[in-house]
Design a protein. Structure first.
Ligand code: FES
Length: 318
């Protein structure tokens, strides 16, 4: 399947503006070439963008209400597959194919307060949440950890959040700010964290230690997740009647292909949704950016290119 087919039903947009945020982060704004409005989206949504040879997911930085443009901010990753470099080469007037916005990191409507924790380029969905909170008159506080001179969208965040923005450029001040905010939130606060995997794990671990319930913790890795090798598990395929062992460091998709069980796929990094398989028994360990939180919680489907199993065995409808 081609990327064009993958994004069928998507939108052909034009680059309206390219703005350097930092030496390595660039914001790109897309508009409808005919000047029309774009589909609305919920805060924390992302777009799949076909650029260069591949398709990548980027968080939208707007609030999502009645958008006349879509903006994303892209960190150039020198060691990546080239997707971010291709995005950085875009110039005003270029045309790109994008998906409709997809939601996987929605603010909770029942929250009384939103505690937003951003690490590095993980600020992008948080900016969307902060903008939406300001528009809806909802209370939000943010801790933004960034390397000196690598803070993106800082002026907008200062204007949106004023004293409710805590900026940290070293680990010590971040740990202190995090401990202070985690232990002083009113009842009904929901925590959202986005950033590198290790950053998110440490924030979530700190919150759990302080007694935050899982239902009030929300996380999204930026871009393609940094995936560890994972634990070995077994996939029992009910229609084929075979069992496939998946060792650590091998994806379920690769193991299935090794057993001559074909699964349609495209991005092989958990963003396109092509490699969805139905789960009949067992608990998937979701590591994709495609499924919504509700879909992940249901455990009925999984993206076999990146996701694994929390149980020793998964039963799949293959
Ligand atoms: S192949 Fe794209 S999500 Fe798995």
């Amino acid at each position: 399947m081609t990327a064009t087919a993958l994004l069928a039903g998507g939108l052909k947009l034009q680059v309206a503006e390219v703005t350097a945020q930092t030496p390595s982060i660039t914001s790109i704004t897309f508009t409808d070439p005919a000047g029309g409005p774009l589909p609305a989206y919920v805060p924390g949504s992302h777009l799949l963008v076909q650029c260069g040879d591949g398709v990548n997911a980027y968080s939208l930085t707007g609030s999502g209400r009645s958008p006349s443009d879509y903006s994303v901010s892209v960190l150039r990753v020198a060691s990546g597959a080239g997707g971010s470099a291709a995005m950085h080469r875009l110039r005003a007037g270029d045309r790109v194919l994008v998906s409709r916005p997809r939601s996987a990191f929605t603010p909770m409507a029942t929250a009384r307060h939103h505690l937003l924790i951003a690490g590095g380029i993980g600020v992008t969905p948080m900016l969307s949440h902060a903008r939406a909170a300001a528009e809806w008159g909802m209370a939000a506080t943010m801790i933004y950890m960034y390397r000196p001179a690598e803070g993106a969208h800082v002026p907008e965040l200062r204007e949106l959040l004023d004293t409710r923005l805590v900026e940290c450029t070293d680990r010590g001040s971040f740990r202190q700010a995090l401990a202070e905010k985690l232990s002083s939130q009113r009842l009904g606060t929901h925590l959202y964290v986005c950033g590198p995997a290790a950053f998110m794990e440490s924030v979530l671990a700190s919150a759990r230690e302080l007694g935050w319930p899982e239902t009030r913790l929300h996380s999204e890795p930026f871009g393609t997740p940094e995936l560890d090798a994972g634990q070995p598990f077994r996939a029992k395929l009910t229609r084929s009647g075979i069992q496939v062992e998946i060792p650590a460091g091998v994806s379920l998709l690769e193991a299935l292909e090794g057993a001559d069980v074909g699964v349609p796929n495209m991005c092989r990094k958990g963003v396109c949704g092509e490699c969805s398989v139905a789960v009949l028994r067992g608990t998937p360990q979701h590591r994709d950016l495609y499924l919504s939180e509700d879909q992940k919680a249901s455990g009925r489907t999984m993206m076999c290119c990146v996701s694994r199993s929390l149980d020793q065995e998964l039963e799949l409808d293959l």
